[in-house]
Design a protein around this ligand. Structure first.
Ligand SMILES: [Zn+2]
Length: 115
């Protein structure tokens, strides 16, 4: 309204990428051409939005729902987290190496104990 009255052009609206919706944008590679796929959104019959990661290079290449990809990614992350019992061992090893006062000597002793 203001712009009509003053004759000024409306302030440009910055282009906001919906990165929140596509956290893995740029990280997912098409399994067929090994190039990053694009993330886009489609509107379903009921007006609900669906996110997709798809290869725009070749028809018939990757076209997977964002939910599927993200669930697989979370599964991968969970596999990378050390198990609690391993975490206890890791903490013990570091604690042992640090008790000596002389860090270098302590580390060396840990290495020799390891083998
Ligand atoms: Zn492809």
């Amino acid at each position: 309204m203001q712009s009509v009255l003053t004759g000024r052009a409306p302030a440009p609206v910055p282009h906001v990428r919906d990165r929140e919706d596509f956290a893995l944008r740029g990280l997912i590679l098409c399994p067929d051409c090994d190039k990053p796929v694009t993330a886009s959104r489609s509107t379903g019959k009921l007006g609900n939005k669906f996110g997709y990661y798809r290869c725009h290079r070749v028809k018939g290449h990757m076209n997977v729902g964002a939910g599927t990809i993200e669930a697989a990614f979370i599964e991968l992350l969970e596999r990378l987290v050390p198990k609690p019992e391993r975490m206890a061992l890791i903490k013990r090893v570091f604690a042992k190496c640090g008790t000596d006062g002389d860090r270098q000597r302590g580390l060396r002793r840990c290495h020799t104990n390891e083998n």
